[in-house]
Design a protein around this ligand. Structure first.
Ligand code: PMP
Length: 454
């Protein structure tokens, strides 16, 4: 690579690169951090600053950045067969093997997969699959999808319509057959109610919404086991069993969007296993390749698959890179590492409980109203007053400040609303969790001082 200075790169970037989820106007002025390399759980910027990556990239590099086996798998696949499509009755070895590998680690009753490149496309695919399913069952009017406010399902028009981020909805016109119910966010929306009672109440909104829309018109309910981008919202214990009861009693499909929760994040292969519910379809992406190659898809449960497989005619949906050989090669290597090194078992029995326990010490911090999390994902809700749950400052200014302090202290975390979010790689050891917690603590202290929270 030619030698370029950080300032030059920032200049090219500011002048020509439109970034995702970024304030374009502001970015032109301030520019950004150029990340140049990474090792184990650390990223390094172009000036050499080392930052512990408490976000696993964008919730995807669950095994960190030094997995040579994935690099070699991709490299050798690119030499053998860099590309061929999976249309017109063709397949390739990595796609076929990856399909089998995914079935092997999926819950019972999941024996088929449709590949995409991303989580957004996988959720678009979900809509196509459930519409096709009910068409084949001769119930073509069943087209409506129910999802949740403050859920995140991606950025294509359909996936963003499924999502419930109000600031996104303000910027585009969503598809008209998606209907939202409330999220199970007890701390923000539960008021004085009992946590478990609140969980039941918000779950029962699904039942009400089905009745309101007419069960004969509703095709599916989609939700993340834990809302990730919405701020790591861990539902009350009563929530998922009640959702399961409703979905069992009603003729609608349940889609678990596991783009963040999948592949060990919650301490099991999938979040639906941690929360003990049985979806009909599972969306996956991100950590399936440890973030090394774009790959996503839908695991299709037997109930849906049996109808799809019995239908006459072609399913009119697919992507040029569905089942891309290099992406599937990365996925095969990723799953093999996870299995052979017993990553999930170690996460569940040691490193995740340790992370959660260490973070709980911040419950006593003056700035922190709630510490929530499960497995290797957690959030600290910042408040100015623990009793009233009042915010420290408007416009999430305290969380933004806290995040910037963390980065300055060598820790990458994310600010979501007023919450500080972390989802570190599962290959951390206890010492590295201690380092993360120490740096986060410094950022919290600085925030308390800056905003005079006592
Ligand atoms: N679903 C969930 C739950 C996600 O968190 C994301 C991405 N953060 C997506 C879907 C979209 O995935 P992608 O960005 O790969 O399109």
């Amino acid at each position: 690579m030619t030698k370029v200075t950080t300032a030059q790169l920032q200049q090219f970037d500011r002048a020509h690169h439109l970034h995702p989820f970024t304030d374009f106007k502001q970015y032109q002025k301030q520019g950004g951090r150029i990340v140049s390399r990474a090792e184990h759980i650390y990223i390094y910027d172009h000036d050499g600053q080392q930052i512990l990556d408490g976000m696993s990239g964008l919730w995807c590099c669950n095994l960190g950045y030094s997995q040579q086996r994935i690099v070699e798998a991709v490299n050798s696949q690119l030499q053998q067969l860099p590309y061929y499509n999976n249309f017109f009755n063709c397949s390739n070895q990595p796609a076929a093997e990856m399909a089998k590998a995914l079935v092997d680690i999926s819950p019972d009753g999941f024996n088929h997969v449709f590949f995409t490149n991303s989580g957004s496309e996988a959720n678009d695919t979900n809509i196509r699959l459930v519409h096709r399913y009910y068409d084949l069952l001769e119930q073509p009017q069943k087209k409506l999808i129910i999802s949740r406010h403050n859920g995140y399902h991606g950025s294509t028009i359909a996936a963003a319509s499924l999502g419930g981020m109000s600031f996104m909805h303000e910027q585009f016109r969503g598809i008209d057959y998606v209907h939202h119910i409330d999220q199970p966010h007890w701390y923000a929306e539960g008021g004085d109610s009992d946590r478990n009672e609140f969980g039941l109440q918000v779950a029962r909104q699904l039942e009400k919404k089905i009745d309101e829309l007419g069960e004969e018109n509703v095709a599916a309910f989609i939700a993340e086991p834990i809302q990730g981008a919405g701020g790591v919202i861990v539902p009350p214990e009563t929530y998922w069993p009640e959702i399961q009861r409703i979905c069992d009693e009603r003729d609608i499909l349940l889609i678990s969007d596991e783009v963040i929760c999948g592949f060990g994040r919650t301490g099991a292969w999938f979040g639906c296993e941690t929360f003990n519910f049985k979806p009909d379809l599972i969306t996956f992406a991100k950590a399936v390749t440890n973030g090394y190659q774009p790959l996503g898809g839908v695991m299709v449960g037997d109930k849906v698959a049996s109808v799809l497989l019995g239908g006459d005619g072609e399913f009119g949906h697919g992507l040029t890179y569905s089942g891309h050989p290099a992406s599937c090669a990365a996925g095969i290597a990723t799953l093999a590492i996870m299995k052979e090194q017993r990553i999930i078992e170690r996460t569940a029995s040691d490193i995740a409980p340790y992370l959660q326990q260490q973070l709980r010490q911040f419950e006593d911090h003056p700035c922190v109203g709630e510490v929530r999390g499960s497995g290797m994902v957690a959030a600290l809700e910042l408040v100015g007053d623990k009793h009233s749950r009042a915010k420290i400052a408007d416009n999430s200014a305290a969380a933004t400040f806290c995040r910037d302090q963390a980065i300055a202290n060598g820790l990458m975390v994310r600010a979501v609303g007023d919450a500080m979010v972390t989802a570190p790689p599962m290959v951390c050891d206890r010492g590295e969790i201690d380092l993360l917690v120490d740096r986060l603590g410094r950022a919290l202290d600085a925030t308390a001082k800056e905003f005079a929270v006592k």
